[in-house]
Design a protein around this ligand. Structure first.
Ligand code: PLP
Length: 396
C-alpha cells in the first residue's frame, strides 16, 4: 500500500456551500474597522464613538435590507447565523396543536427545531420532493387544503442538490389559504436574486457567511411587518431600559438582545454593498463554472449527479455519487493528494439524502463561487479522473 503523499501546491477551495472563502477585501476592511476605529458598543452609551458604531450597524442593516428586497430595514434582524434565525422563525411562531407542511429537502437547522416542536404537539406533514429535489407546489397546496395549516416551511434552495424551489408559487398558495410561508434561504442568498417584497414570503432566514460573502457568526431573519414572533432570548437592548422586565415591542431591538456582533454585521454590510454592485456578473460567472464542471463530470462517466439536470434550476453546486468509490474516499483523496477542498457525507441534511436515496454513503459536494477559475474546475476534473483510475488499479 502506498502512503498518501500530502499535497503541497496551491489549494483549491470548492466548499463555498459550507462557507465562502476568501472573503472580499472590502469585507475584511469593514471587520477590521469595527475592531479599530469603531470599537465602541452600538446602542449602549451616548458618547460619540457609540453613536458612530450604531450608525454603522444601521447602515449595514439598510444595505442588507436593500439587497434582499426587505421593505423596511427594521424588519431585518441580525442574528448569529441562519440556524439561530430558523429557530426563532419556527419556535417563535408555531405552537402545540398547529399543523405545518414542510418539504423533504430541509436541513437540520429546520428539521431539528421541528422535531422538538413535534414532541410538544406540532403536527408535521412532509411533502416528498421528486428525484431532482423539487417540491411540487401542487402537492403543497393539496396538503394545505386538507386541514387547517398554520405554515408552509420550505428552503429556497437545497444545500445537497442545489435545487431551487418554486417559492413564489408557494407564497401564492399560503396567501390564499391563510397560512404563512417560512423560508430557509441559507444557500440561496447571494446566488439568486432575492426580492422578498415581491416573493411575498412571511419570514426568511439566511446565513451571512455563504453566498453573501460575509464573515462567519452573522445571519439575518427578515420578518413581515404583520408577523409577530415570540421572543426566545431576553436581555438588555440599550434603549428603553425601564423598570419593566418586558422586552421592547419595537424591532429590531425586540429580537436582538445583548451586545451585537458589530464586526460581523459591518462585514456583512460591506458584502451586501459589493453584491449589489456585481452580483449579476458573479452569478453568471458561477453558472459558467457550474456548467463546465457538470459537463466534465458527465464526460468522466461512472458518476451520478444529484439534482436537476438543467443548470438554471440549481445553485452553483454539484453533489455526486460514484458507482463504486465512496464519497468519503473521493473527498479524502481530493484533499490529501490534490489539495482540493470539497465536502462529503450528509451535509447536515439527512432528509435530503434520504429523498435522493443517498442516506447510506452520502455524496461528494462541489460548491462553487465566482472567485473560482476555469483552471480550478479542470484540475478538479483531472483529479477525479486520476482518483478513479488509481482506485481501479487497486492503488491507494
Ligand atoms: N440551512 C441550510 C440549507 C444550510 O445549508 C445551512 C448551512 O449549511 C444552514 C441552514 C445553517 O446555516 P448556518 O450554519 O449559517 O447557521
Amino acid at each position: 500500500m502506498n502512503a498518501v503523499a500530502p499535497h503541497r501546491g496551491e489549494r483549491i477551495y470548492l466548499d463555498h456551500g459550507a462557507t465562502s472563502w476568501p472573503k472580499p477585501p472590502a469585507v475584511i476592511a469593514a471587520v477590521s474597522r469595527a475592531l479599530t476605529d469603531l470599537g465602541a458598543n452600538p446602542g449602549r452609551s451616548a458618547h460619540a464613538m457609540a453613536l458612530e458604531a450604531s450608525r454603522a450597524v444601521e447602515a449595514a442593516r439598510g444595505r442588507c435590507a436593500r439587497l434582499l428586497g426587505v421593505p423596511e430595514a427594521r424588519q431585518l434582524l441580525f442574528l448569529p447565523g441562519c440556524t439561530i434565525a430558523c429557530n426563532l422563525m419556527l419556535k417563535g411562531y408555531l405552537r402545540p396543536g398547529d399543523r405545518v407542511v414542510v418539504g423533504s429537502m430541509e436541513h437540520n437547522a429546520v428539521v431539528r427545531p421541528l422535531a422538538s416542536l413535534a414532541a410538544q404537539g406540532l403536527e408535521v406533514v412532509v411533502v416528498a420532493a421528486d428525484d431532482t429535489g423539487l417540491i411540487d407546489p401542487g402537492e403543497v397546496e393539496r396538503q394545505v387544503r386538507a386541514a387547517p395549516t398554520r405554515a408552509v416551511i420550505c428552503q429556497h434552495a437545497s444545500n445537497v442538490t442545489g435545487t431551487i424551489q418554486l417559492i413564489g408559487e408557494m407564497a401564492e398558495i399560503t396567501r390564499e389559504q391563510g397560512a404563512r410561508l417560512l423560508v430557509d434561504g441559507a444557500q440561496a442568498v447571494g446566488h439568486l436574486e432575492v426580492d422578498l417584497a415581491s416573493l411575498g414570503v412571511d419570514a426568511y432566514a439566511a446565513s451571512g457567511h455563504k453566498g453573501l460573502l460575509g464573515p462567519q457568526g452573522v445571519g439575518v431573519l427578515a420578518v413581515a411587518a404583520d408577523l409577530e414572533l415570540d421572543v426566545l432570548i431576553e436581555g438588555g437592548t440599550g434603549g428603553e431600559a425601564s423598570a419593566q422586565p418586558d422586552m421592547p415591542r419595537e424591532r429590531p431591538d425586540r429580537y436582538e438582545p445583548g451586545t451585537l456582533n458589530t464586526p460581523g454585521i459591518l462585514g456583512l454590510g460591506a458584502a451586501a454593498e459589493r453584491l449589489a454592485a456585481d452580483g449579476v456578473q458573479r452569478r453568471r460567472r458561477a453558472d459558467d463554472l457550474l456548467h463546465r464542471l457538470h459537463e466534465g463530470i458527465d464526460a468522466l462517466g461512472g458518476f451520478r449527479v444529484l439534482g436537476p439536470p438543467r443548470p438554471q434550476h440549481r445553485l452553483p453546486l454539484l453533489s455526486v455519487v460514484h458507482d463504486w468509490l465512496t464519497a468519503d474516499r473521493i473527498a479524502f483523496d481530493l484533499d490529501r493528494s490534490h489539495g482540493i477542498a470539497v465536502r462529503a457525507g450528509l451535509h447536515c441534511a439527512p432528509w435530503a439524502h434520504r429523498t435522493m436515496g443517498t442516506l447510506e454513503g452520502g455524496a461528494v459536494r462541489f460548491s462553487l463561487s465566482a472567485d473560482n477559475s476555469d483552471n480550478h474546475i479542470d484540475r478538479a476534473l483531472e483529479a477525479l479522473r486520476r482518483i478513479v483510475s488509481r482506485a481501479g488499479h487497486g492503488e491507494t
